[in-house]
Design a protein around this ligand. Sequence first.
Ligand SMILES: N[C@@H](CCC[C@H](N)C(=O)O)C(=O)O
Length: 304
Amino acid sequence: MSVHAVPVEKYHGTGNDFLVVDAAAEDVGDRAAFARAHCDRETGVDVGTGRCGADGVLFLSLAERFDPTRVVMTLVQPDGSTATMCGNGARVVARWAHDRTGDREFMIDTQAGTRRATVTADASAATIEMGVPTFDPRRVPVARERALADGPLVDEPVEGVTVTAVNTGVPHAVAFVDGGRDDPDGIDAVDLESVAPPVRHADVFPEGANVNLAAVVDDGSGDGPAVLDQRTFERGVEGETRSCGTGAVAVVAAARRLGLIDGDSAVSRPPGGELEITVPDAGHATLTGPVAHEFSGTLPADPR
Ligand SMILES: N[C@@H](CCC[C@H](N)C(=O)O)C(=O)O
């Protein structure tokens, strides 16, 4: 058994929290076992914030010979799976890389593609280019019988929930509900831990899906951007998280597709804070929001 202690940092972006390991300096061996043990919400890492565990472990490698500096990002989730993309995770990556280099612009290599990232002058917030959201059923992916195979899954029932399927780096199902967080019968009244798992595991999503609830609080037809309240049940966490960046982009992309909001900018309000999103008619979506450092320490490489 290895008794090797691994230096880790803990960061969060709007409450979506991650352990960060410098993969160029440290080899934890079994990454899935490391993530399963230290991310556990009951028995995992306790950094004194009143909430132990984490939503995943980011294994990061900096390559400063490039301009801008590149970071290779791999997110291993609490169930041991690897996610191709993570919006809030990528924002944390930008902040972590800034804390190491002082730079404010980075290229982040994810399994969903290379994404440009910037941090603000005070490093309290980060913006990521999120790629182009796609409703293409082959790319979400969505699997349906032949007659429907070529069409996007938009505003259709899946396991009793009306959803729209979109890929924003990872697959998402988005369901709109009436009433925001201020409404006692609105979005927070839904028992997401019961409603989401059948959709997350539905046959129509061969790779699974993250399941989002959203409520339009302001449709953006007035002076400011649209505002939507959001909750997300995440694949890989297998539970609700306090924020999901790819989910926020998915919610705004779906709201635009359904004509529920005006304009290409919106504010999403997950339980953990506020995110600013743009989904233009052409080109990359963007995701902006706060990032914060929580803890520096060490953890056993082999948690058995
Ligand atoms: N929290 C993330 C999404 C992480 C990936 C997701 N759980 C999946 O496996 O699809 C975000 O901020 O985007």
